[in-house]
Design a protein around this ligand. Structure first.
Ligand code: FAD
Length: 780
């Protein structure tokens, strides 16, 4: 989303756009659009690479001393995004992104001089010789043999064997290749990393046509191929660490730019197609959900770039990114097929660089190719099952993360407050906590301490009111910590939701109530959700009508508000209601005569009340501002701020669930082994971690985003909610499942956190409501 860019980043983006506008020919753009595989046809890809090289932008991610640009991670990301958005042909990564980092990290100065300039200019085109017929996922089982012969200047390896699935070997003039140079007890130990010319005698390339009809794959045979020893990168028999380093770069690519562009094209195609009327809203919603998932992926990719710039090890990020990116691509192609309908069946014989006009929409013709080719996305670069193995191994090797700690540094005052809050909660509000007999209808004792000792009610208020400032960002940092102790309420209602609403209402009474609320002099609850509006957002059943009959009241309020959090001990209620002029908001004393209040506990441990109004007399003084659009917008925006606060709370809740689950699977033994050793358990953990990481990174990005307009706030809230709702399901259900029977009890914390996670996914709008709203808002 562009509204997250700084001025400088916008200027950079505009510079790239201007360049693309003049450099990308219609033929190149067409090649980009029609690319249905990993990267575009050879000729167009190379032509585009050379244009970029002439501008000095063919390898922007390389260090300056090797011809890179010195751009920041964000600039590199923007560059990739602009290229994708302009339909630039995706270029093959084997040279620029795979072997080049290896040459820089492990190559000698002579090797760097010999190979890097050709990759940068596009003169050389590389292919990857890793897989063999008997060595796929188990790459270390490779058998292609290289025997060292000769001495001094004449020292060389003689290679015999075969490599398979070698993409674009028929175009490449160079190969990097893993060969077996020694037999050791551990298969990883006898491998070397060789680079050589594809024109070397003894090399044969056999094409392997894909099911899409494309020719990208090959099998390569080596028959006594002589490669100078100077072509080896790293030490003999030590090639495995070189190979793994390369794989991290292969998997670490950003997926979101191209996904976003393909989704935009899909939307355009759907808009042109005569979709079945009943299908159109469902497809629009599915595309909105995909959009939100791409937002979350983009946040993780940007975060990984920042971590890389700080020199941090990538950890599981490349594997998580590969799983997420490839699976989203596959989801996208399913929608492409559905939108294309019967036209997807057409198999047009289009060769490389063929610009023949098409009889039907281009997007329809290429939908099937994309669907077929993208099945490979979860296979190449290490299958997604192998990526899940890697993620789980990393997770299980590390201590459980500190649930309360932020991922990016917080301002010092806020960081200190969060630390104090976490300490306070550990001592005074441990989970599971037994409810005090008197607590049912009263504010919990631990909260009173938070108000008085840490000043939590005013923490996010402006500095001139005694707070730290920061508004929503401060709320989100605190809510994340509160989530770790299931202590989101009453902070959410009293410090976030009600102030967010009151400060948007122009009336003097609202201003006075706001001051009293943040000073803790009154306790106000918002009564908005209605039992017959299951989306949690719509307002219909509660009506405010002009007074009638003998009551003499100006207005009468009738309706039912359900599960009103905080209403059990509120002094005042803010009640939303429909009027003939539009939505209105009333402030009523909680003990108003005629108001029926039934206090009930909620499933997540919070307290609430059911409120019923039957022709409750009201006066104009009870109204906070005139009924109409402005009030409706104020309610929506306050609910959106609260949604984002709850998203942050969810990260605390889910991080704790993940940590507890990791502890459990390490300790629990069945069949004579810790259950963490079973692959089914590991893959479930990997999926939980994936959902949590994406939600965490996206919510973290939203906390920093400048949400100036109501539309920005709405988009952020809905997109954040969707990522969080998915994570709540994945992590919550996974945590209970992996605890087995123990997960079902009240005794462990897991059940308590699971209940809260489940309700978060429904709070302030269901996922379906948020997806519908995103679809209506359109792309950001
Ligand atoms: C389009 C495409 C392009 C490619 N390009 C190249 C290239 O340029 N150079 C190159 O060297 N290779 C390339 N590959 C090969 C790719 O890396 C391998 O296909 C991949 O590593 C899987 O190996 P395999 O095909 O032998 O499958 P297998 O390893 O036989 O796996 C078959 C199934 O078993 C599962 N499986 C295997 N082991 C495990 C395990 N331990 N735990 C759980 N599940 C497991 C796999 O996930 C998979 O679902 C390409 C592949 C494709 C599809």
């Amino acid at each position: 989303m562009d509204w997250t860019l700084t001025e400088d980043e916008r200027a950079f983006r505009d510079e790239v756009r201007a360049f693309l506008a003049q450099a990308l020919t219609p033929e190149l753009r067409e090649a980009g659009r029609r690319c249905s595989g990993i990267f575009s046809d050879f000729a167009e890809g190379q032509a585009w690479h050379r244009i970029l090289a002439a501008r000095g932008w063919s390898v922007p991610h390389w260090p300056r001393e090797h011809g890179g640009t010195g751009w920041s991670p964000m600039q590199q990301y923007l560059f990739a995004r602009e290229l994708a958005a302009a339909d630039a042909p995706p270029r093959a990564p084997m040279g620029t992104h795979m072997v080049a980092p290896v040459i820089m990290a492990f190559g000698t100065p002579a090797q760097q001089q010999a190979w890097l300039p050709g990759i940068r200019s596009g003169e050389d085109y590389w292919c990857q010789g890793y897989s063999e017929p008997q060595a796929g996922s188990d790459l270390a089982a490779l058998q292609c043999r290289a025997v060292r012969q000769g001495e001094g200047e004449d020292a060389h390896y003689v290679i015999d064997g075969t490599k398979i699935w070698t993409t674009h070997a028929h175009h490449a003039n160079r190969m990097f290749c893993l060969v077996r140079t020694g037999q050791a007890a551990k298969p990883q130990q006898g491998i070397s990393f060789l680079c050589f010319d594809m024109a070397t005698p003894g090399i044969t390339v056999r094409p392997i046509p894909s099911m899409s009809g494309d020719h990208e794959l090959n099998q390569v045979f080596f028959d006594g191929v002589r490669v100078p020893v100077a072509g080896r990168i790293g030490e003999e028999n030590q090639g495995w660490s070189v190979a793994k380093y390369l794989l991290q770069h292969e998997r670490g690519a950003a997926w979101s730019p191209l996904l976003r562009r393909r989704l935009a094209r899909l939307r355009a195609h759907a808009a042109q197609q005569r979709l079945v009327p009943q299908d159109a809203p469902r497809l629009a919603q599915a595309m909105a959900e995909l959009d939100a998932a791409i937002d979350a992926l983009e946040a993780s990719e940007r975060r990984a770039l920042r971590a890389q710039a700080r020199g941090e090890p990538p950890g599981a990020a490349p594997s998580l990114g590969k799983i997420a990116g490839s699976e989203l691509r596959q989801r996208l192609t399913e929608l492409q097929l559905e939108v294309a309908g019967p036209q997807a069946a057409l198999a047009l014989p289009l060769g490389d660089g063929d610009h023949t006009p098409l009889p039907v929409a281009e997007a329809a013709v290429f939908a099937m190719s994309a669907y077929l080719n993208d099945r490979a996305a979860s296979i190449y670069a290490g299958t997604n099952e192998i990526q899940r193995n890697i993620v789980a191994a990393q997770l299980l090797a590390q201590p459980a993360p500190e649930a309360a700690s932020a991922d990016e540094p917080l301002p010092p005052d806020l960081g200190m407050l969060c630390d104090s809050l976490a300490r306070y909660l550990r001592v005074h509000a441990p989970v599971p906590r037994t409810r005090q007999p008197a607590e049912g209808a009263a504010t919990p004792a631990w909260w009173l301490g938070l108000e008085s000792q840490l000043g939590l009610l005013i923490a996010a208020r402006p500095e001139d009111e005694g707070g730290l400032g920061g508004g929503l960002a401060t709320h989100m940092a605190l809510m994340r910590v509160l989530g770790t102790a299931l202590a989101g309420e009453p902070y959410l209602g009293r410090a976030v939701l009600v102030p967010a609403l009151l400060q948007r209402l122009p009336s003097a009474r609202a201003g006075a109530l706001l001051q009293a609320a943040v000073a803790g002099q009154v306790r106000i609850a918002l009564a908005h959700a209605e039992p017959d509006q299951p989306d949690g957002r719509s307002l219909a059943g509660t009506q405010l009508r002009p007074g009638a009959g003998s009551s003499g009241a100006a207005w009468q309020l009738s309706g039912h508000k359900s599960a009103v959090r905080g209403a059990h001990d509120a002094t005042h209620l803010l009640v939303s209601a429909q009027t003939p002029d539009g939505p209105a908001l009333l402030c009523l004393p909680a003990d108003a005569p005629g108001l029926q209040r039934r206090v009930l506990p909620l499933r997540d441990g919070a307290m609430a009340a059911e409120l019923c109004f039957e022709a409750l007399p009201c006066t104009p003084d009870d109204l906070l501002g005139p009924p109409g659009t402005a009030t409706a917008e104020a309610i929506t925006q306050a609910l959106d701020e609260a949604t984002l606060a709850v998203c942050a709370e969810a990260i605390g809740v889910l991080t704790r669930l993940m940590g507890d689950t990791l502890d459990h699977v390490r300790q629990r033994r069945q069949f004579g082994a810790p259950i963490a050793s079973f692959q089914a358990v590991q893959h479930r953990l990997a999926d939980m971690q994936l959902a949590l990481t994406q939600a965490r990174d996206w919510v973290g990005a939203l906390a920093q985003a400048p949400l100036h307009t109501p539309a920005q706030l709405a988009r952020a809230a809905s997109s954040g909610h969707l990522a969080v709702a998915h994570a709540c399901r994945s992590v919550g259900q996974g945590a209970v499942q992996l605890h087995g029977g123990m997960g079902m009890t009240e005794e462990l914390a897991v059940g308590h956190f699971f209940r809260r996670a489940t309700l978060i996914a429904q709070q302030f709008g269901t996922p379906a409501w948020h997806a519908r709203r995103l679809a209506a808002l359109g792309p950001g």
